[in-house]
Design a protein around this ligand. Structure first.
Ligand code: NAP
Ligand code: ZN
Ligand code: ZN
Length: 346
């Protein structure tokens, strides 16, 4: 067994606290990564607090992981000791089903293994990146270019790919007006990618104090969604809206901002289901679409795109002992834009 230390929630009612645990030994195709940084995704809050469904406890969250390879199995071919590596939302799958063959391993229909709050193929719980190390099959580790700020790469592994993937799928780019709902971890990456792909980007935010910061990210317009006049002036404006909101909310006011044939892409995962209004969708042939993270080939493509275009996340680096405060601040929208844990503080 490989000894690990990290921070875990022992139940949905307890705050994260230090916890020692074991990970499986390396198989011939596995790599051991010494984790340098791990991003704090809103999903970590949803899951450790059982906001979606009962979790597997103790739970070590974290699926925005970057680190250095410290050991490789005998058959590993693409990594060597000392290489940069990254791990996102999944650590194994069947690798043979239609989804896996199509590079959409996150939707594996046979035996997907998410990075934490899940069981591996031998039925053992898997633990995430709020820890000093992780063992994953080489196939599920991504390569990270040396030119990028390592800590600021971590959020690309979830917030980055989750916004890159649907913007690519819907071919958002030049000539398109894109609106981003919610300027948090996912939202700020949607702004960066939207701008990089050539779209005109508007942020739709509940927080007037984020206007300046949004412009710095490259957003062309900023609309305060609580201001009726501003919302009125944005009616029928956008070809695409990407919704990254973590809290329960009504999408009706946003649907009115789409042009005819507009597409509402949802990536946020509030606990309460939406009421989808048939009239608002029929009027203007509107599309509501979902998107879940991204597969391995596209995640590597996204990391390579970021290396080429010098794109990383805007982060606030934290000591792991402040993780509870970070969760609370994220719930208040008080972070520009992603907390990243410096694992040296563990
Ligand atoms: P986050 O950093 O907390 O950002 C969420 C943003 O939503 C906030 O910054 C805030 O932006 C806005 N917001 C908060 N309350 C709101 C309300 N009541 N009405 C409207 N807007 C509100 O969260 P995140 O890490 O980006 O994650 C966002 C959501 O995506 C979470 O539910 C997470 O679980 C989900 N997620 C999904 C996937 C996927 O595969 N689809 C992957 C990762 C995460 P403003 O201050 O600008 O309004
Ligand atoms: Zn995430
Ligand atoms: Zn599969």
């Amino acid at each position: 067994m490989i000894h690990s230390k990290g921070y875990a929630a022992q139940s949905a009612e307890t705050n994260l606290a230090p916890w020692n645990f074991d990970r499986r030994d390396l198989g011939p195709h596995d790599v051991l990564i010494d984790i340098a940084y791990c991003g704090v995704c809103h999903t970590d809050v949803h899951l450790t607090r059982n906001e979606w469904f009962p979790g597997i406890f103790p739970m070590v969250p974290g699926h925005e992981i970057v680190g250095i390879i410290s050991q490789v199995g005998s058959h590993v071919q693409t990594f060597k000791k000392g290489d940069r590596a990254a791990v996102g939302v999944m650590v194994d799958s069947c690798r043979t089903c239609e989804e896996c063959r199509n590079g959409q391993e996150q939707f594996c229909s046979v035996s997907p293994v998410l990075t934490y709050n899940n069981l591996d193929h031998s039925g053992q719980p898997v633990y995430g990146g709020y820890a000093n190390n992780i063992v994953v099959p080489e196939h599920f580790a991504l390569h990270v270019a040396e030119n990028l700020d390592f800590a600021a790469v971590a959020p690309l592994l979830c917030a980055g790919i989750t916004t890159y993937s649907p913007l690519r799928k819907w071919k958002v780019g030049e000539g398109h007006k894109l609106a981003v709902v919610g300027l948090g971890g996912l939202g700020h990456m949607a702004v960066k990618f939207g701008v990089a792909f050539g779209a005109e980007v508007t942020v739709l935010s509940t927080s007037p104090n984020k206007a300046e910061a949004a412009k710095k990210l490259g957003a062309h317009q900023f609309v305060v969604t609580k201001d009726e006049e501003q919302m009125k002036s944005a009616l029928r404006s956008f070809h695409f809206i990407i919704d990254t909101v973590a809290a329960n909310h009504d999408i009706n006011p946003y649907l009115g901002l789409l042009k005819t044939n507009g597409v509402y892409i949802n990536v946020g995962m509030p606990a309460e289901p939406w009421q989808l209004p048939s009239f608002a969708l029929a009027t203007g042939n509107k599309v509501v679409a979902g998107s879940g993270a991204g597969g391995l080939p596209e995640t590597q493509e996204m990391l390579d795109f970021c290396a080429q275009h010098s794109i990383v996340s805007d982060i606030e680096l934290i000591n792991i002992k402040d993780i509870h405060t970070a969760f609370e601040r994220m719930l208040k929208g008080d972070v520009l834009y992603r907390f990243v844990i410096d694992m040296a503080t563990l």
